[in-house]
Write a protein that binds this ligand. Structure first.
Ligand SMILES: Cc1cc2nc3c(=O)[nH]c(=O)nc-3n(C[C@H](O)[C@H](O)[C@H](O)COP(=O)(O)OP(=O)(O)OC[C@H]3O[C@@H](n4cnc5c(N)ncnc54)[C@H](O)[C@@H]3O)c2cc1C
Length: 383
């Protein structure tokens, strides 16, 4: 199934798959029903070293790469997308910006706890008026007496309000040059006066993942909380999103596979008009298409991750992977639900949860249309 993996990667995949089945899956139904992120599961993922996978050992990481991270996220996404996105956002949106753009002091101070799973961080880019058009950021930060004073709001921010959330990194307009907005990224610790984590959203899916709107009203943080160079925020977060797309594609592949496996098992066990559903050609064709989607999605994210880990350009391949894998997850969730019939509409069956969860895979970290724009640009088609 994972033909292209090294022995070490295969071992990691097997280890996380077992963890997902024995530790994560038993709590998924209740966590989804009660909209609760299990901090025990987060701690267990920390103990396994999953939050440190793509980081060097000097900061408490596992010395792995993005491929390793994707393997873990795929294995989790197969059984529980909320847990998988908690890891994905914790690493690629929480810790990675600090690792990539932070000063040595910021890395030493912030990374060890994030990489151990003792703390989480959010990445606040999206605003009510700035989603796909992220450059339309309205949140501002101005310097006053050696402090940034931040005003504005963010929406849909993952991992921003858990009991162990330490900070969010936010994009903010810090000035302008030649008529263009200067956008920078700033670390805002939770508990900063003037920074409010609003009530969690009532979502369609990913119910056990933590998502909040954030407001900033004269929130003051030290000038040294600037992450990366002043004015580099837009460029930096675009590269963070490129990587994140690979991880979301891995999550989507896992979800698509979870749906396939459940549907195959169900079709074999369900008797319809005197014979197993799986003997009907219509069901077989549906399941065969689902298998083809899983295979294609996995090839796509593996390719993008390998390019990224080799230090080669990967933005177009990451967009292709996110596009193909996100659609595979949604299509497989819909087909699996159909194979399950009425049971597919019952939350006690994981395919029902995948059906609700998978839609966001075509929206978050760049919508399907945004991926198409990236691919069109790579074809030389200017907007
Ligand atoms: C559960 C969840 C978790 C999230 N986590 C985070 C997070 O941690 N941090 C964060 O910063 N954000 C987060 N987001 C935000 C997410 O990345 C955005 O919702 C997404 O980028 C889309 O932005 P939008 O919602 O403003 O939609 P819009 O940008 O308003 O898009 C609306 C529609 O217009 C389409 N569209 C937009 N531009 C074009 C174009 N040029 N051409 C054609 N069509 C276009 C879109 O594809 C979409 O179909 C999260 C969202 C959700 C729902």
């Amino acid at each position: 199934m994972n033909e292209q993996l090294t022995d070490e990667e295969r071992e990691l995949a097997g280890m996380v798959r077992e963890f997902a089945e024995t530790v994560v899956a038993p709590q998924s139904y209740e966590a989804d029903r009660t909209h609760t992120l299990s901090m025990d599961v987060v701690a267990a993922m920390g103990d396994l070293g999953l939050f440190g996978l793509p980081f060097p050992e000097e900061y408490g990481g596992q010395g792995g790469d993005y491929m390793a991270l994707g393997i873990a996220i795929e294995a989790l996404g197969r059984v529980d997308q909320s847990i998988a996105i908690t890891l994905e956002a914790g690493v690629s949106l929480g810790a990675m910006p600090v690792f990539r753009f932070g000063t040595e002091q910021q890395k030493q101070e912030l990374l060890p706890d994030l990489l151990a799973g003792n703390a989480l961080a959010g990445f606040g880019l999206t605003e009510p008026e700035a989603g796909s058009d992220a450059g339309a950021t309205r949140t501002t930060a101005r310097l006053d007496g050696g402090e940034w004073v931040i005003d504005g709001s963010k929406q849909f921010i993952t991992n921003s309000g858990t009991p162990i959330t330490r900070f969010v990194t936010v994009t903010a307009v810090t000035g302008s040059s030649e008529g263009r907005k200067e956008i920078s990224t700033i670390i805002v610790p939770n508990g900063t006066p003037g920074f409010t984590v609003e009530a969690a959203y009532d979502k369609v899916g990913w119910n056990a993942s933590d998502t909040h709107p954030l407001t900033f009203t004269g929130a003051r943080v030290p000038e040294s909380n600037l992450l990366g160079e002043r004015g580099s925020g837009f460029r930096n977060f675009l590269s963070i999103l490129d990587e994140g797309r690979i991880a979301i594609a891995a999550l989507s592949t896992g979800a698509a596979e979870g749906c396939l496996e459940a549907a195959v098992d169900y079709a074999k066990s369900r008797t319809i008009f005197g014979s197993a559903l799986s003997t009907r050609q219509n069901a077989q064709f549906t399941l065969a298409r689902m298998r083809a989607r899983v295979h294609t999605a996995r090839l796509a994210w593996h390719h993008a991750a390998r390019l990224r880990d080799a230090g080669r350009p990967f933005a177009e391949q990451a967009a292709i992977a996110k596009l193909v894998a996100g659609e595979a997850a949604m299509d497989n969730a819909r087909d699996a639900t159909q194979i399950f019939g009425g049971n597919g509409f019952m939350n006690e069956f994981p395919v029902a949860r995948h059906y609700r969860d998978s839609k966001i895979l075509e929206i978050g970290e760049g919508t399907t249309e945004v991926q198409l724009l990236v691919i069109a640009r790579a074809l030389g088609l200017a907007g």
